[in-house]
Design a binder for this molecule. Sequence first.
Ligand code: MG
Length: 136
Amino acid sequence: MFPPDTRILVIDDMPSIRDLVKNTLKAMGYKNIQEAADGEEGLKVLLECNNPGGEIQLVISDWNMPKMKGLDLLKQVRATAEWTNLPFVLLTSESERDQVTEAVLAGVSNYIVKPFSAKIFEDKLKAAWAKHNKKA
Ligand SMILES: [Mg+2]
């Protein structure tokens, strides 16, 4: 599982969802949480933090947002050499569920359908962690 000092970026255009995600993470012991309101802003934070010891280590991003959607951000992230293996979890709504195949092809680490319970959230993060830290 992601260690407690993991630097996490939470991206959602709805402040209430951002708060919910942040509070769920805090309840799990995570403290290094940054946030952004859309993909464009998220990319900015990723770039700003991209220096030794400051790099974002987990992105949790909404799918449907203005300016840049989560899927487009994911594609940009995966197209960037140092972020090809950056854990990236998408938050989707039930209606976006059939688009998930596209996200899988784009290299999503896992996805969480809203609304979610704290248990589901934690299980999904655990699976995302395992995916990026496979034992040989
Ligand atoms: Mg949204």
